[in-house]
Design a protein around this ligand. Structure first.
Ligand SMILES: C[S@@+](CC[C@H](N)C(=O)[O-])C[C@H]1O[C@@H](n2cnc3c(N)ncnc32)[C@H](O)[C@@H]1O
Length: 264
């Protein structure tokens, strides 16, 4: 079991749910970037990890996906429940523990928006994502950009993993900062291959609504969005060894793009 700071949301889940729903950074920045990396969702079996107030669960359901979602915080589970009712399977579970409710290869897609930075170690959770995904399965997640957290951090060592605390309008939240290399290494050793990596840019009406914040986001990275597939071993077996063949990418084409500062 890895340490996590998911309890940061204890007591502020309702406030967070209200704040996050229409917040420009989510509406015009994080969500468009995550959505742009999702595969076709019709009849896709999706695990929505750390579902929070359920925006993604509802979006996925509306696109025709079959959704299982979970959150460590019972308040968020209740909020998502009241949002989507029995259209999804909604569970209280901890990503820092093995995902016992899920069988091997049960899902086509794991979506994990803005959750991973609450976990100190990523290897075990990523191995669980690998396990519950079918061989052609895809992982899409967003997290704090290491550069943003490095600016916030007062520490000396960029290459360390540090516990940081930020003061939001709704309360204090703790999370872990980590170097980009470690993100890549953890994905690789869990058996994933990075297909796409986005440093999003603001979209839509962001500039009209919040020009200063929007301007800052055009000049500074904030979140990182990654799409990864399961690596294949030579000989056709899926697995976690080095140097296998690449898995599929969007539209079934081979290969991957290494987009930096892609626009939505
Ligand atoms: C920033 S919110 C994001 C919510 C949602 N994914 C979204 O994008 O709207 C982070 C969520 O991660 C959840 N979380 C944090 N640590 C977790 C853990 N160890 N297991 C499951 N969920 C966790 C929190 O309870 C919270 O709902």
């Amino acid at each position: 079991m890895t340490e996590h700071t998911g309890s940061s949301y204890q007591g502020i889940a309702q406030k967070y749910a209200q704040m996050v729903e229409n917040k420009p950074i989510h509406v015009y920045y994080e969500r468009p970037a995550v959505v742009s990396l999702l595969p076709s969702l019709t009849n896709t079996r999706v695990l929505d990890v750390g579902c929070g107030s359920g925006w993604y669960a509802e979006y996925l359901l509306n696109q025709g996906a079959k959704v299982t979602c979970f959150d460590v915080n019972q308040e968020f589970v209740n909020i998502t429940q009241s949002r989507v009712g029995n259209r999804a399977r909604i569970l209280q579970a901890d990503l820092a523990q093995p995902l016992k409710f899920a069988s091997d290869g049960e899902f086509d897609l794991v979506v994990c928006p803005l959750v991973m930075h609450y976990l100190k170690d990523w290897e075990e959770p990523l191995c669980e994502f690998y396990r519950v995904l079918q061989p052609q399965g895809v992982l899409v997640f967003s997290t704090h950009h290491p550069f943003m957290d490095w600016q916030l951090s007062q520490k000396e060592d960029y290459f360390a993993v540090d516990l940081l605390e930020d003061e939001w309008e709704i309360g204090k939240v703790q999370f872990y900062r980590r170097p980009l290399t470690l993100i890549s290494q953890n994905l690789n050793s869990a058996g994933f291959l990075i297909e796409r990596l986005l440093e999003p840019q603001p979209t839509g009406d962001y500039y009209q609504i919040h020009p200063e914040e929007c301007h800052r986001l055009t000049k500074n990275p904030w979140f990182l969005v990654i799409r990864a597939c399961k690596r294949r071993r030579e000989g056709g077996k899926e697995g976690r060894s080095e140097g296998g063949k690449e898995g599929r990418s969007e539209g079934g084409k081979e290969g991957r793009s290494e987009g930096v500062k892609e626009h939505d």
